[in-house]
Design a protein around this ligand. Structure first.
Ligand code: 5GP
Ligand code: ZN
Length: 114
């Protein structure tokens, strides 16, 4: 997808601090971290938002959540707890229109998040 910054990160055209990658997804540090650990987990396949999810995306969507859980365990904050967020469209606060899962850990979070 042209002019998508996350597609450019996947292609290596924009640098990022990658922490995990596999055939389905890439995880890297958010450029503006909101917690001691703040990663974005994105599918290699571009789709705009959760609002555009189709039946064929179900395996990828499950995989993104599983990878979030694995990274949280690997980084050692899973037992204390963490926050997984998918901002969706304008009212959801989405700013980058390539679906992404935020994984935030290392501090307590309040709910609702505002
Ligand atoms: P959204 O607001 O769409 O849920 O989240 C987009 C996230 O992408 C934000 O947390 C923002 O800091 C992050 N972000 C935007 N541009 C870049 C970039 O070029 N590199 C990285 N690593 N993160 C980015
Ligand atoms: Zn993209």
């Amino acid at each position: 997808m042209e002019n998508c910054i996350f597609c450019k990160i996947i292609a290596g055209e924009i640098p990022s601090a990658k922490v995990y990658e596999d055939e389905t997804c890439v995880a890297f540090n958010d450029i503006s971290p909101q917690a001691p650990t703040h990663l974005l987990i994105i599918p290699r396949e571009h789709f705009d938002s959760l609002d555009k999810a189709e039946n064929g995306h179900k395996e990828t969507l499950g995989h993104l959540l599983y990878v979030a859980a694995q990274i949280a365990r690997d980084k050692g904050f899973a037992e204390d707890g963490y926050r997984v967020v998918i901002n969706t469209n304008r009212n959801g606060g989405q700013t980058v229109y390539h679906l992404h899962v935020h994984l935030l850990g290392g501090r307590p979070f309040i709910f609702p998040p505002g």
